[in-house]
Design a protein around this ligand. Structure first.
Ligand code: SME
Length: 160
């Protein structure tokens, strides 16, 4: 297992995601424990991009339950279709929210969160979890983040 990450901060964000992906794949390969892998993926994303909050919510019956994350304490359970995470689950599509106050039903786990991206993790047609990334700045995510985070979600689906 790779024990350090090597992503040049001077590179563009797209290049950082590109160089991070194989390292994340190496990080989770050979480990079958889901909690261990999701914990390390959260840490790797936070370490590389300095996200305010990054982590996973896992589908359990009719709710999303908080999984491994990096950041402040957060809401533990989110209903189907509720908030940005619940919408990503219900619609099985990425939610890109430049201003959380403009998203009807946004769940404010932290009053400091201003913008957010939530990517569903799809195994076949089924959403098994979501990857949630929050920023304390408005409009802090762009297409490069969306593409990069969707690649991470695809990697998670392969080890589900
Ligand atoms: N804001 C999310 C809830 C999760 S926290 O941001 C960690 C939502 O509306 O679903």
């Amino acid at each position: 297992m790779a024990e350090t990450l090597n992503v040049a901060a001077s590179n563009s964000k797209a290049e950082q995601y590109r160089s991070l992906l194989p390292q994340l794949t190496a990080l989770v390969s050979g480990e079958t424990n889901r909690v261990a892998n999701l914990a390390n993926l959260s840490a790797a994303l936070r370490q590389t991009f300095g996200f305010f909050w990054v982590g996973f919510y896992l589908v359990e019956a009719d709710e999303l339950v908080l999984g491994p994350f990096q950041g402040d304490i957060a809401c533990t359970r989110i209903g189907y279709g509720k908030g940005v995470c619940g919408a990503a689950w219900q619609e099985a599509t990425t939610q890109w929210v430049p201003d959380v106050d403009a998203f009807p039903g946004h769940i404010a786990c932290s009053s400091q969160s201003r913008s957010e991206v939530v990517v569903p993790i799809l195994v076949g047609d089924e959403v098994v979890a979501v990857l949630d990334v929050d920023s304390d700045r408005l409009n802090d995510f762009d297409e490069q983040d969306l593409e990069g985070l969707q690649s991470v979600a695809s990697l998670v689906a392969t080890i589900w």
